[in-house]
Ligand binder design. Sequence first.
Ligand code: GDP
Length: 140
Amino acid sequence: MATERTLSIVKPDATRRNLTGAIVDRLEKAGLRVVAQKRIQLTRAQAEQFYGVHKARPFFDSLCKFMTSGPVVVQVLEGENAVAKNREVMGATDPSKAAPGTIRKDFAESIEANSAHGSDSAENAAVEIAFFFSGLELVG
Ligand code: GDP
């Protein structure tokens, strides 16, 4: 498996509880390297665009409110099989279904406030990375 890049977000429930370092630590210990990182406050328009694929879902408005409720840390992770590895370390969307030892099992507050985001495919990772970072900001 070739080296990949994926987009990761430490969500507002986690930044609020000072869990940024704990989450990044787990990702680094799994062999992923942070090649870009910044702490930002999403606007409503940015949240709506980022989660545009979920526009028709009943939780869309609530999700956008949550994602703009405080700062997020957006980061690009690099490593072997990075897309799948990041999702494995995060665990299932619903923390009650997440495997023991995963970020969401240990830190998530709810299916919505679930502490972390990870791209779900290499194609989406490229789009999501370009949404937040310019090429100049990716420093391997
Ligand atoms: P992910 O790839 O595991 O993040 O899951 P999805 O792409 O399906 O959903 C995106 C995000 O929407 C999740 O990480 C949650 O923050 C939120 N979400 C997903 N399903 C639900 C739900 O049933 N209710 C609510 N309130 N939020 C949800």
